[in-house]
Design a protein around this ligand. Structure first.
Ligand code: C2E
Ligand code: MG
Ligand code: MG
Ligand code: MG
Length: 283
């Protein structure tokens, strides 16, 4: 009987595995179709300065407008990375962001836009050539661009990539470390990287209101990052209590649902104008 049960388990396991493989093959072909049919879009989430309350940048976040409904990156980015399709998708993001920078400037909303990049995109130094070309084609200045690189990626990328990032930064782009606190940072490397800002991962700031210890950890991280002359951005702020505490302990910039959710372009522009107007009234 034990043997039968054992066999049952094995079958169950391989059924699951077969289903998983079928799903991931389906997802890959759906992603190829999404590229062909241009089903990708971007939404924009503002970042505001703690001190003055003004918008300092917006992060461009990828959305898949699938015929069955909108899909979030968590459901497809990993597969796109595994299959290398992220390179093509990322090229689209870069071109779209470059055009958006110019379109917004023409509409009077001059805003730096941040893009996220994956390991697979940085594997090719051609990525940086493409980025430069896209910015030139759109007549978007490098100063309006921000590049977000995850902590793990930043700690592991090779010297050619670091050089390319440094060159982009010399041209005026802002360079950020994303998801800080989810990997292992080598402090010497953190100091040597061509960087402007560090984005604290939501998991780091989750208990900041309730927990004295969590607050102490973040305070130490903030003073370390400030010591390296980088700006600190807190990400995933969901309550005004969190926003307040983070402001008090020295965060420079806030991003999260408590400020605004990621929005389609039109909504973002309306939000930004409205905020400017309010700032002008209170000034
Ligand atoms: P990320 O770069 O760390 O982006 C922040 C994520 O947190 C976004 O999720 C954003 O919508 C979400 N978020 C913002 N504020 C809050 C909050 O207050 N609470 C909570 N719970 N979440 C909040 P999203 O848009 O689903 O993106 C997930 C991840 O997918 C991003 O994490 C980024 O790593 C990746 N991603 C997004 N767009 C792109 C892209 O164009 N290219 C690449 N390679 N990766 C991308
Ligand atoms: Mg990001
Ligand atoms: Mg992040
Ligand atoms: Mg990320």
């Amino acid at each position: 009987r034990a043997k039968a049960a054992g066999r049952g388990r094995v079958e169950h396991f391989s059924d699951n595995l077969a289903a998983e493989i079928a799903d991931s093959i389906q997802l890959e072909s759906d992603l190829r179709e999404a590229i062909d049919q241009q089903q990708f879009g971007l939404v924009f989430q503002p970042q505001i300065s703690v001190r003055r309350g003004e918008i300092v940048a917006a992060e461009a976040l990828l959305r898949w407008r699938h015929p069955d409904g909108e899909r979030l990156p968590a459901s497809f980015i990993r597969r796109a990375e595994e299959t290398g399709l992220i390179v093509e998708i990322g090229d689209w993001v870069v071109a779209e962001v470059a055009k958006t920078i110019t379109r917004w400037a023409d509409a009077g909303v001059e805003q730096r836009l941040a893009i996220n990049v994956s390991q697979r995109q940085l594997d090719h130094v051609a990525f940086f050539r493409g980025l430069r070309q896209a910015m030139q084609n759109a007549r978007a200045p490098a100063a309006m661009l921000e590049l977000e690189i995850s902590e793990t990626l930043a700690m592991n990328c090779n010297e050619d990539v670091i050089d390319a990032i440094a060159a982009l930064r010399r041209d005026g782009a802002t360079i950020s470390i994303d998801d800080f606190g989810t990997g292992y940072s080598n402090l010497a490397r953190l100091r040597e990287l061509p960087l402007d800002r560090v984005k604290l991962d939501p998991s780091m700031i989750a208990n900041v209101v309730e927990s004295t210890e969590a607050r102490a950890v973040i305070q130490a991280v903030i003073s370390l990052v400030h010591g390296l002359q980088y700006e600190v951005v807190a990400e995933g702020i969901e309550s005004s209590a969190q926003a307040k505490v983070l402001g008090v302990i020295g965060c420079d910039v806030l991003q999260g649902y408590a400020v605004a959710r990621p929005m389609p372009e039109d909504a973002f522009i309306a939000w930004a104008r409205n905020r400017d107007d309010r700032a002008a009234v209170s000034a």
